[in-house]
Design a protein around this ligand. Structure first.
Ligand SMILES: [Zn+2]
Length: 235
């Protein structure tokens, strides 16, 4: 029995199908290109190039504590501070970008830190795995007034977003003399935040990282609204 072949589609149908395929292909390339650009925007050279394209949006540097260097504090079950810091820093940077700011995530000992210029700088860390301790703390180099304002804005927004109490009693000289705050340009307002204790605040730090990031991003934006409003997508 001869095989019954399906009749070829009419020329008009063929053209329409071809056009749809072409459109889908272009859309796919556009999405892939956008994803690649988003990924590469964390690479310093690319972020500089992207800024050079005319973006004059205020820049925020978000340092992910211990990233690309060490694990930071480690809990008995293996939970590492650096994992939390990086996830929170990336999310905070994303939130800032969505609100019209430029934000880049920096590793602990980024080569860019020396003389780093930005509209705000926040280093993200967490405290040890001690049980029974709870609370966050924010510190800056003493004497820098812009950093002092950034400190109070971040502190206020963070408390509001997370519900955590501040824990100023355990602010150490290590925090106040943090290497990154001493390296960045004197004109860059900078703070370090310890987002909570990996012991007492574990649930917030691991399961509610969005609230942690929102607290940081809101604090930075409250500060920038007065000093460096975004040019597009105003919050
Ligand atoms: Zn740390």
């Amino acid at each position: 029995m001869p095989r019954r072949s399906t009749p070829p589609p009419a020329p008009g149908v063929r053209t329409a199908v071809g056009q749809v395929v072409q459109i889908v292909r272009i859309a796919l390339y556009a999405v892939l290109g956008l994803l690649a650009l988003l990924t590469l925007s964390e690479v310093p050279v690319v972020s500089r190039w992207m800024r050079g394209l005319g973006s004059q949006r205020p820049l925020v540097g978000v340092l992910a504590g211990h990233w690309q260097n060490d694990s930071g504090a480690v809990c008995p079950d293996g939970l590492q501070e650096v994992e939390i810091n990086l996830a929170v820093a990336r999310r905070a940077a994303q939130l800032l970008r969505e609100q019209g700011y430029d934000a880049e995530v920096l590793p602990e000992y980024s080569s860019k830190l020396s003389g780093y210029r930005a509209d705000a700088f926040v280093a993200v860390h967490c405290d040890s795995c001690l049980d029974g301790y709870s609370g966050y703390k924010v510190a800056s180099l003493s004497g820098a007034s812009a950093s002092g304002r950034l400190l109070s804005d971040v502190s206020e927004a963070y408390a509001l977003a997370t519900g955590l109490p501040s824990h100023p009693d355990t602010i150490t000289d290590d925090m106040r003399q943090y290497h990154a705050l001493r390296q960045i340009d004197a004109s860059t307002p900078g703070v370090i935040i310890e987002c909570g204790f990996m012991g007492g605040d574990r649930y917030l730090l691991t399961e509610e990282q969005d609230r942690v990031a929102v607290g940081i991003a809101n604090g930075v934006m409250a500060f920038l609204r007065r000093t460096a409003p975004p040019t597009t997508g105003a919050p």
